[in-house]
Structure formats: structure tokens, C-alpha cells
Design a protein around this ligand. Structure first.
Ligand code: CDP
Ligand code: MG
Length: 891
């Protein structure tokens, strides 16, 4: 029964639930009765099934007033003192014409969907409408979530400027920083931050309104937030302190929100904001360059700049490194030496290099001063690392006129990368998510006179930020996407083609103020092969971390959760299986010998261990290690190992081909030295059994001991950036652990002693407990079917043998049982991050993976004097593969 399941997703006190569903039924009837939308009339342009509010006919448009108060609004009115320039700019935004419609819809409906073209003013204006109408008065806060950190910061700054209010009133909160105060009335935050707040206060009682911005991006957290809020809103209504939910999106596939009956029983009204969009002519390349799309971008920008009339250029690339490299080439070609030129022009890379030199010069501090973390910052770390530009959906740009010809530019001058060009200076600015806020802000300011603006951006410029004055868009057609390997569970960023919707959205950026042009560096044939929309992120990634977070919110039947787009049942089952195996969820009763009903598997409640795990800001496997690490004073080592495993690739790649003989000699020498160091770090005697994780511990220890300098890292083949990241993570995890675990107080010692023999032993067990399905058993001589299998290992998940990576410290030792972090496929399938384990630990520490023998066939029980109990030996097998494990004693 759908209805019943739907109500039971949140285990809360059930009194009054009946009433609610009765009411809901009545409401549904009413809607069916007269197909009417909750408010006003249906806009013919909107799909029939979506009740919509159209804007009033132009003649009826209310004359725009600075401070409009809808008649039915509470008698609270909060004046805002804006500067005349700001007010003038605001009045030009299409959304201002819709203020009355929007505010009335919000007043009369608990949930409203607001969609409009990028740049129409949704993000900057709607919070102001709400504030003026009294939604941020007394102790109430207006909350706005953004999927990107850059948008949360930039938008809070913009709104604070527009409203002439300080940043402690219009504030932001992202994972590691923020300026929220007791005065805060408008709070921009990342979606992860709000999710963490729901964990603390399910009803979000401090908020009067929640705005979910950029909902079309379909970030995992945004999707989950919408699902949760669809339940929180009725609960707040019942409590008599209604919460308003506003979902804002580009005009794209809003049906996932409005037509999903599991989400909202009554489809929320949709308000469309028409933006003035000028026609954009789309030019495709005749051929699609194979690899060098960045070089192609360079040539295209050069041609545009030399041949076409004035107007800003916006280039879409995929990542921070590419953005910088193109900026450098363009600045060299069209140098700009304006008044502030020398300062502005300075390459960020050069500044980075300078900072690094300064760092090298500065004496290493004795005490390691680590940044503090806030517990509000909860999202799993691996999700947030790197240049986290997500691919975004976009808007079908109907006015975009596609052509297969590149008439204007085809026979433009030479493509060569000359020293410099005498054309007008180009004012080149980078834009990507991790760029410092003050540098980001530059793109919004007018470019110096006598120059042409050229912004080289990742896809943050696709929908999150609107740059004024852009007439030409150069689109490489690519986007950096996160890929997940189903077998190893390891994720990586890869550059891939974008979607048609995103490409159209990018093109649309050229038509904000005037008709524009979009140059696509790929052929129309390639474009027609693009997927229509990017798949929502939730359908493309493993969900064990989300499932654990949801169980921690007491959502037991995750399968019934009202996801806007649900992940596949397979993905949910896999997640629950892993969490059960980790002990984070209660094991469902077994009906057969091993078979468990799928439905039972999908509704397992969380265990106390699971709750602890959910509170650590890392993926569940690592969280399990942290949760167990308290024992035997192992925690500081576990923190270091988890930080190192999460950062990965500590060591420089030294097997690369040398460019010349000189480099060959250097590389050979360095390799020898690094091998020697790794041997030292791997330890002596029993310590060696911890294998690669011991090497990681040793490397981090040595690095911190020496003050973590680039020189030390370089000499020892360590990546300085990776080591810095490990230091940061160790600091965060230490702070988290200290505040979460009563009685624990770890401090970060820059002179970490190596673990003792017995600690190494426990550490191996702790790693095994987190990676139960990453156990491999050496192939025995009698199993050798093929000479190629020599020195190979069997794993529960793969048919083919896997091998210890040649760089591993256990490469020559070949222990019988090992646990590995990941499998990397190159010439063979190689295990990386390998430690040895003892098979007798498996039945004791990983009971969920084991099938225990028949008591009748096992040796008879015996009385154990020492413990005063009856005990028996029991055989066990590792169930997926039936490996016989040594008998264990049980009471
Ligand atoms: O959210 P939506 O895409 O609908 O628009 P918005 O982000 O609210 O932007 C509205 C307008 O404000 C755009 O024309 C931006 O160019 C402008 N804006 C600005 O001038 N400076 C900022 N820092 C942010 C926005
Ligand atoms: Mg916006």
C-alpha cells in the first residue's frame, strides 16, 4: 500500500496521521473535481498537468513599486534602503514584474515552484521579496540552498550589497566557513549544510521559508532535501507554524517535482518567469577536434577577438588547470597593461608559485597549527574534493538558431600561437568554483575601457552565475564528470561530453543583453549524439553514504523515500548490504539458509554503531574504521590512515617516461631513494604486516616531523599538495572525533611515534573490519589453472585473479590473506593499499560475511575452565566464495 508506506518513511509519532491522510484525500478530490490549480488560471504554455500561474497580461501589470506589499500579506512590512543605482538595475530584471504573483502564490500555497531563465533574478530577488514581506522578521530566518559553494558566497554578498545590509544579516554558511550570526535573516548555504541541520532539528523550526535554488542541477543533496521537505512542510503545518518551500529552477524538466505524486500529493503551482532572451546564432565546427579542445578554444577566441565587433567572450572549459593555462596563453597574445593592469594581469599561477617560494623560505613551525572544523560540515569528504563543478542541466533555448557553418570565422588569420598581437587588449579573467571570492567578484564588474572582456570559466557560468555583457560563447562541449567504478567503488573525475540541455544553456549565456553567437567546437553530428539531459546525480553514484544518513534520520524504508528521481533498487540493495555488513544496520532475519527477502533488506533499522558512523564526515567504510579506532589507543593512527586513504596518490609518479637523458638520470636516482625511504617507512618485523598502510603512516609521520616542506616532499617522492590535504583532513577528523567520542581527546602530534607491535595488530583488524568485501586470498598451488595465475589472488567479487601492485610493500611477501583499498586495472588487475590479515580474524570480526558450520558436524562442546563457560569450535566459510576458514571458539 503506497499510501501507508509513504507515511511511514519517517518514524515519528503516528497520532494524527489518519487525519492528515483524510485531509489529503479530500484535497485530492477537490483538485480532481475541477482540474483547477490552487491559484489563478492555467498558462497555456505550460504542460497541462502542471497547474501554473501565469503572469498577469501586460496591460494589467501593476506599476512597479519599490516596496510592494501583497494585500493579503501579514501586516509586517520591512523597509529596505537600497541605493538608486541598485534600484534601477533591479527594475530591469524580469522577475520584478512577477513580485505580486510570486508573493501571493507563496502566501496561499505551502510549496511553490518558480522557474525562469538564468539571469532573470531568481536567486538575488526572491529572498528580498520575502524579507520585505516580513518572512525574516522576529526570530525567523529565510534559508536558501545552493548546490555550489561559489554561488552561496557570491549570492549572499550580492544580496547584502543590494539590500544595503551587513553580511551578518545576509550571511552564508558553507562546509568550512561562514558568517552567520544571531542577527542573520537571510542565510545562503550549501545543500549539505541544510541536510546536516535537518539531522539536528527535523522540523527546521528556525526557518519560515526554505528556498531550494538551482533544483534543476539535481545534485544528490538537493534531491534528498526536496524529498525531506515534502514531509517537513505538512508536519509544520500541523504544528501551526507553517514552513514555506520554494523550489527554484531553470525551465527544465520540472515534472520530476510537480508530477511525482509520492512527493507532493497536490501538485504545487508553477510560476514561470519570462526572461528577455535575445536570439543566439549557434555555429558548429565542421570537424570535432580529438583531444586538444583547449587549443581549439584558444584559436577560436583569437579569431573572435580579431574579427568580430565588440562584446564579451565567455569560454567554457572543464577544470581549473585548463582555465589557468588558457588565461595565460590569451594574456600573452593580447596583453593588457591598463592602470591596474600589472596587478590584475598577474597570473594566478605565478602568485601560487610565489606563495610556494615564500612557504619554502619560512621556517617550519614546531607546532602544527591546524584549522578547526565545524560540525555543521557534514557531507562525505570524497564527494567534495577537487574542482567540484557539477554538470548542470540547462534550458532548451528555442531561439537558438543552429547552423552547420562557421561563415564568419572560417578563413580568419593564422592559428599560430604568436608572441603577441597588436589587436585591442583582452581583459582575461578566470572563473571556477574554488577561485577566491574577491577574484570571482571581478567578472561582475565592468571591464576597463578600451578592452574586451574574456571570461574563461568552468561550468559554474552555466546557470549559477550570470556574467553581464557576454555576446560570444565558446563551448568546448565537455564537462568534468565524476565516474564511479561499480566493482571497486572508487570514483574519479573524467572529462566527457556534456548534454544537449547543458550545451543549449551555455549558448543562452550569449543572448542576455543583445543578440549573440555561440561557437561550438564540435560538429552537429556529435551534438545529436549527446544525451538530452544529464542524468540526475543520484542515479549515477553509489548511495551507501546517503542511505546511512537517511537511516540516521530514522527513515527506515529508504526505498519508499519520495526521491524526485529514485536511485535504482539495485543501488539501494547494494548500499544496504554493505551497511549491514559493516554493522551499521541491523541484519534482517534470515528466512532461508542465506537468502534474505529483498523487502526485508530494504528496511533495516540503524544500529548504535551506525549512528556513530553517520556522524563522521567520511564514507561509511572509513567511518567504521574511525568508530572502532578508539580501542587500544589506535585512534590517532586510524585518523591518519583514513586521511591518507581518502586523499590517495601520496607518491609522485616516478615511472613516467623521461623527457631527456638528464631527466632520466634524475628520475632513476630519485626512484632509488624513494624505494629506500618506503622500505624504512614500511617498518621492521610485525609492523611490515600492515603493508602499504604502514608506509602511509610512516610517510605522514616523517613529513610532519620535518615540518611538511615542499623540499622534503620533493626529495622523498611525496606529493606536497596531497600531504597538505592529509594534514587538513587529520585536523578535521581529530576535531570531530574529540567532540563526538566522550572521553576521547586526541591531539595532533607533529612527532607521532610509530605504532607498537600490538597496535599494528589491532590496526590490521580495524582496516579489515571496514573492508570486509575487499579481502583476497592467495591462489593455492593446486588451484593454479594457468601459469598466468601464479602469485595471483582470488576475491569474492571477481572471476579473474588479482595481483598485488608492484609498488606495494607486500609485493614480494605474498601473504595468504590480504585486504586491499582498491583495484586498479592496467596490464593486470592490481590491488593497491594492501595489508595482510589473519584468516582466523574473519569469522570473529566479519560475522556478516561468514556462514557458520552445522553444530552437529562440528567438534563437541567443551568446558573452558578459564572462562567458566561451555565453548565449542565451529567451522565457518566466507560465504560468497565458500572459503573454508579456521574454526573459531564460540560460547
Ligand atoms: O538566479 P537567476 O539566474 O535567475 O538570476 P540572478 O543570479 O538573481 O541574477 C540577476 C542579475 O543580477 C543578473 O543579471 C546578474 O548579472 C546580476 N548580478 C550582478 O550584477 N552581480 C552579482 N554579483 C550577481 C548578480
Ligand atoms: Mg540563480
Amino acid at each position: 500500500d503506497d499510501e501507508e508506506q509513504e507515511d511511514s518513511i519517517v518514524s515519528s509519532d503516528s497520532s494524527g496521521e489518519e487525519e492528515e491522510s483524510d485531509e489529503a484525500e479530500k484535497m485530492e478530490e477537490k483538485v480532481e473535481d475541477n482540474m483547477s490549480c490552487p491559484v489563478k488560471h492555467v498558462d497555456a504554455g505550460v504542460s497541462q498537468s502542471v497547474p501554473a500561474i501565469s503572469k498577469p497580461a501586460h496591460t494589467e501589470k501593476p506599476s512597479k513599486v519599490k516596496t510592494f506589499l501583497p494585500p493579503s500579506q501579514p501586516a509586517i512590512f520591512v523597509p529596505v534602503d537600497r541605493s538608486p543605482e541598485i534600484q534601477e538595475a533591479r527594475l530591469k530584471l524580469p522577475i520584478l514584474a512577477e513580485e505580486q504573483v510570486i508573493m501571493e502564490a507563496i502566501k496561499e500555497n505551502p510549496v511553490v515552484v518558480l522557474c525562469g531563465e538564468t539571469g532573470s533574478g531568481k536567486t538575488t530577488q526572491v529572498p528580498q521579496f520575502l524579507y520585505e514581506a516580513g518572512y525574516g522578521s522576529e526570530n525567523d530566518i529565510i534559508g536558501i540552498t545552493e548546490p555550489r559553494r561559489v554561488a552561496a558566497i557570491a549570492m549572499s554578498q550580492r544580496v547584502s550589497l543590494e539590500m544595503n545590509l551587513p553580511q551578518n544579516v545576509v550571511s552564508y554558511q558553507i562546509r568550512y566557513e561562514g558568517n552567520v550570526s544571531t542577527e542573520t535573516k537571510i542565510k545562503f548555504m550549501t545543500d549539505g549544510v541544510l541536510l546536516k541541520e535537518i539531522q539536528k532539528d527535523f522540523l527546521l523550526s528556525r526557518y519560515r521559508v526554505i528556498i531550494i535554488d538551482e533544483a534543476h542541477e539535481r545534485s544528490v543533496y538537493t534531491d534528498i532535501l526536496i524529498g525531506l521537505l515534502s514531509r517537513i512542510v505538512p508536519l509544520r503545518q500541523k504544528k501551526g507554524s507553517p514552513l514555506k518551500l520554494i523550489i527554484m529552477s531553470a525551465t527544465l524538466r520540472i515534472e520530476d517535482f510537480t508530477e511525482n505524486k509520492k512527493l507532493f500529493r497536490t501538485a504545487p503551482p508553477v510560476i514561470k518567469v519570462d526572461a528577455r532572451q535575445f536570439p543566439v546564432t549557434v555555429h558548429f565546427n565542421k570537424r570535432t577536434p580529438q583531444d586538444d579542445y583547449a587549443g581549439e578554444c584558444f584559436r577560436k577566441v583569437c579569431k573572435i577577438h580579431r574579427m568580430l565587433p565588440s562584446g564579451g567572450i565567455l569560454v567554457f572549459l572543464t577544470g581549473q588547470a585548463e582555465v589557468h593555462s588558457l588565461c595565460r596563453r590569451l594574456r600573452k597574445m593580447f596583453p593588457y597593461r591598463g592602470k591596474q593592469g600589472s596587478k590584475d594581469e598577474k597570473d594566478e599561477d605565478a602568485q601560487e608559485a610565489k606563495a610556494l617560494r615564500a612557504f619554502k623560505k619560512s621556517k617550519p613551525k614546531k607546532k602544527v597549527n591546524l584549522p578547526k572544523i565545524s560540525l555543521d560540515n557534514y557531507s562525505a569528504l570524497p564527494m567534495d574534493e577537487g574542482d567540484e563543478d557539477r554538470e548542470a542541466g540547462g534550458d532548451d533555448d528555442e531561439e537558438a538558431d543552429r547552423s552547420d557553418f562557421d561563415l564568419d570565422l572560417e578563413d580568419a588569420g593564422s592559428d599560430e600561437d604568436k608572441e603577441s598581437d597588436s589587436s585591442l587588449p583582452l581583459y582575461v579573467l578566470p572563473l571556477y568554483s574554488l577561485l577566491a571570492p574577491e577574484k570571482q567578484a571581478k567578472v561582475f564588474r565592468p571591464s576597463p575601457s578600451g578592452t574586451r572582456l574574456c571570461v574563461v570559466a568552468t561550468n559554474v557560468a552555466e546557470t549559477s552565475l550570470t556574467i553581464p555583457g557576454i555576446k560570444y560563447v565558446v563551448d568546448c562541449g565537455k564537462v568534468k564528470k565524476r565516474f564511479y567504478d561499480k566493482i571497486t567503488g572508487v570514483s574519479s573525475f573524467r572529462v566527457d561530453w556534456t548534454s544537449q540541455a547543458s550545451a543549449d544553456q551555455r549558448a543562452g549565456r550569449a543572448g542576455r543583453t543583445d543578440p549573440g553567437h555561440c561557437y561550438r567546437l564540435y560538429s552537429s553530428a556529435v551534438f545529436s549524439d549527446f544525451e538530452q539531459f544529464s542524468q540526475p546525480e543520484i542515479t549515477r553514484r553509489p548511495v551507501e553514504d546517503l542511505v546511512l544518513q537517511m537511516k540516521d534520520l530514522n527513515i527506515e524504508k529508504v526505498v519508499n523515500f519520495p526521491f524526485p528521481t529514485p536511485p535504482s533498487t539495485d543501488a539501494l540493495v547494494a548500499a544496504e548490504e554493505l551497511l549491514i555488513a559493516l554493522g551499521a544496520l541491523q541484519e534482517p532475519p534470515k528466512t532461508g539458509r542465506l537468502r534474505v527477502m529483498q523487502s526485508a533488506k530494504l528496511s533495516c533499522p540503524i544500529t548504535p554503531l551506525g549512528r556513530t558512523m553517520a556522524s563522521f564526515p567520511v564514507a561509511p567504510r572509513y567511518a567504521k574504521m574511525l568508530a572502532l579506532g578508539k580501542q587500544h589507543d589506535c585512534l590517532s593512527y586510524v585518523i591518519t590512515i583514513v586521511a591518507a586513504m581518502t586523499v590517495r596518490e601520496l607518491f609522485e609518479e616516478l615511472n613516467r617516461p623521461a623527457l631527456n637523458d638528464e631527466e632520466k638520470v634524475i628520475l632513476t636516482g630519485k626512484k632509488a631513494r624513494v624505494l629506500q625511504m618506503q622500505k624504512i617507512w614500511a617498518g621492521q618485523g610485525p609492523a611490515q604486516k600492515l603493508g602499504d598502510l604502514m608506509v602511509m603512516l610512516g610517510a605522514v609521520g616523517a613529513c610532519e616531523y620535518s615540518g611538511l616542506t615542499p623540499t622534503f616532499c620533493d626529495r622523498n617522492g611525496l606529493r606536497f599538495k596531497a600531504m597538505m590535504e592529509i594534514r587538513r583532513l587529520r585536523g578535521q577528523l581529530t576535531t570531530t572525533v574529540n567532540s563526538l567520542c566522550p572521553g576521547v581527546s586526541i591531539f595532533l602530534d607533529s612527532k607521532m611515534q610509530p605504532p607498537t607491535e600490538s597496535q599494528v595488530h589491532y590496526l590490521r583488524q580495524i582496516v579489515m573490519s571496514g573492508f570486509g568485501d575487499h579481502i583476497a586470498r592467495r591462489i593455492q598451488p593446486e588451484e593454479l589453472l594457468d601459469e598466468k595465475w601464479r602469485n595471483g589472488y582470488k576475491t569474492p567479487l571477481l572471476e579473474d585473479p588479482v595481483f598485488i601492485h608492484p609498488n606495494s610493500s607486500l609485493f614480494r611477501q605474498l601473504p595468504d590473506f590480504v585486504v586491499f583499498q582498491e583495484i586498479l586495472e592496467t596490464t593486470k588487475m592490481y590491488m593497491k593499499g594492501v595489508s595482510s590479515i589473519e584468516p582466523e580474524w574473519i569469522p570473529a570480526l566479519l560475522p556478516q560475511y561468514c556462514h557458520y558450520g552445522d553444530p552437529l558436524e562440528d567438534p563437541p562442546p567443551f568446558y573452558c575452565k578459564a572462562s567458566g563457560r561451555v565453548r565449542c569450535h565451529r567451522q565457518s566459510t566466507f560465504y560468497r566464495v565458500g572459503w573454508q576458514l579456521p574454526a573459531v571458539e564460540v560460547e
